[in-house]
Design a protein around this ligand. Sequence first.
Ligand code: NI
Length: 176
Amino acid sequence: MAVLKIVTLPHPVLKEKTKPVTAFNDAKLNQLISDMAETMYDAPGVGLAANQVGISLSLAVIDVEWKEPLEKKHTKTAPKSYKIFINPEVLEKSGPIEFEEGCLSLPAVTGVTKRYNQVTVKYQDPSGKSHTLKAEGILAVALQHETDHLNGKLYIDHLGPLKRDLVLKRYKKTRR
Ligand code: NI
């Protein structure tokens, strides 16, 4: 297990559509998944896409059940009930909501985006088996956020130009 380096804006890998995972039941894939989970808990965050650790593959880990993720520091005893989404695709979305989002690739800033409260997602597990999941609430938003990452999009791409500039300005200020 290893904590990987999280890439931040303006790294170009964040803007590229990731490649589909084609090698399943694969030791390298399983290693990457467990390293990504460890990186997510360490950050701490509730979701992480492979391109956020510089690897252009359609793979994300999510754990929205991790209580108070922003206050707890990762420990050896932190629960690890994360979900793995390989080659995910949002099939349906409904119930428009507004959600205050942050992202590990744009640390220290947030923005209010328009999302959907329910989504149906198709994805594969590490053995290559296909699944369909109906999710709602924070898991639904996390799935939209992570599938966006895998398509080369960030949450700020959902903001109007004024709000987007404001978030980017605040972000640049924290980077100085
Ligand atoms: Ni993100």
